[in-house]
Design a protein around this ligand. Structure first.
Ligand code: FMN
Length: 339
């Protein structure tokens, strides 16, 4: 079965990408991931505040940045415990390039279009095949409107696009008021792809100690549904953008659904952390069997068959179905006399 796909212009032997996480820090681990079937790897993010810190050596500035990076704080327990500093990060790209043949995607995480973006060019020079931009930001300032929030990301995309020749993809949050419009603007600004979506760090609270608990839970497949809807909508509307599903991809059926709704690739983290690299082999092999059973001869043939442009019932992804779902719900505890 031909599972090959193209993502960010890169030829991938199959759609399984190991998404951004510390798994990229250990060369042997990365070799095992490639041997097990990973078609590409995204490095964990290099954060704007790391670069700012390195440049300014100003602890007060770092503290001011930290609260703006919600996803950052979920992965990075303390500002002094980043996995790799900026220089070590570039060196790790070089080492990964020498160690594996699969594409290596660098990841930058930040919210301003200032000097730290020089690292985009440095990542390209170090050998990154593509860049993923994670601009996740909690818009908690009541004086900042939605246009300003979107403009931040658009400015970053334009700045990076002007600086590098390698493809760039934007890892988005699902919480935009007008995501279709924003996706069109991102494409116009130069994005080659989108990663749908960031997975939110959602702090719990301790009701006795009155503390915020910054736990980070691994995902489960229910999180995929939000991704499927937007993959279907955006892949139908923006065929030039190459899409990656991220969040809730655990098994082969999740991959099939993501590809059917239009994903060019899927990123897996929680499942790999939970089950180890061998999980990729199992998913890849089951994916091949499932595609064959469904009657397709290649993965590419299946891609997008359930997106908004081709799905027989587009209302299923839009509001129309909301009414149907609500009307068809029956309380299992109440005897239904309607039929
Ligand atoms: C331990 C860990 C570290 C992560 N580090 C990053 C990171 O540095 N940058 C980033 O964009 N996403 C990071 N993520 C988020 C993942 O790339 C991914 O978006 C998220 O886990 C959802 O995918 P999953 O359901 O396959 O886990 C991290 C996730 C985990 C579990």
């Amino acid at each position: 079965m031909d599972l090959s796909t193209t993502y960010l212009g890169l030829h991938l032997t199959n759609p399984l990408i190991v998404g951004a996480s510390p798994l990229c820090d250990d060369l042997d681990a990365v070799r095992r991931l490639e041997d097990a079937g990973a078609a590409a790897i995204v490095m964990h993010s290099l954060f704007e505040e790391q670069i700012s810190r390195e440049r300014e050596r100003n602890a007060a500035d770092l503290e001011a940045h930290v609260n703006a990076f919600a996803e950052a704080s979920s992965f990075l327990p303390h500002p002094n415990e980043f996995h790799l500093g900026p220089e070590a990060y570039l060196e790790q790209i070089r080492r990964l390039r020498a160690a594996v043949s699969m594409p290596v995607i660098g990841s930058l995480n930040g919210v301003t279009s200032t000097g730290w973006l020089d690292y985009a060019r440095m990542m390209e020079q170090a050998g990154a095949h593509a860049l993923e931009l994670n601009t996740y930001y909690i818009a908690s300032d009541p004086t900042e409107d939605a246009v300003a929030v979107e403009r931040r990301t658009l400015d970053i995309v334009r700045a990076v696009k002007a600086a590098v020749a390698i493809p760039i993809t934007v890892k988005l949050s699902p919480f935009f008021s007008a995501l279709s419009h924003f996706a069109a603007e991102l494409e116009a600004a130069g994005a080659d792809g989108l990663v749908l979506f960031n997975r939110f760090y959602q702090p719990d609270i301790d009701i006795v100690e009155l503390e915020v608990r910054p736990d980070h839970h691994l995902s489960d497949p229910t999180e995929l549904l939000l991704r499927l809807r937007w993959l279907a909508i955006l892949s139908g509307q923006r065929p030039k953008l190459q899409l990656a599903a991220s969040g809730g991809v655990h098994g082969a059926l999740d991959v099939v659904k993501a590809v059917m709704t239009g994903a060019h690739s899927v990123q897996m983290i929680s499942a790999v952390l939970r089950h180890g690299p061998g999980h990729l082999t199992r998913v890849r092999d089951e994916l091949a069997r499932t595609i064959e059973q469904l009657g397709y001869s290649t993965l590419a043939e299946m891609r997008g068959c359930m997106n908004l442009a081709r799905c027989p019932d587009t209302s299923a992804f839009e509001r129309g179905n909301y009414l149907r779902v609500l009307h068809s719900w029956r309380d299992p505890h109440v005897h239904d006399t309607r039929s």
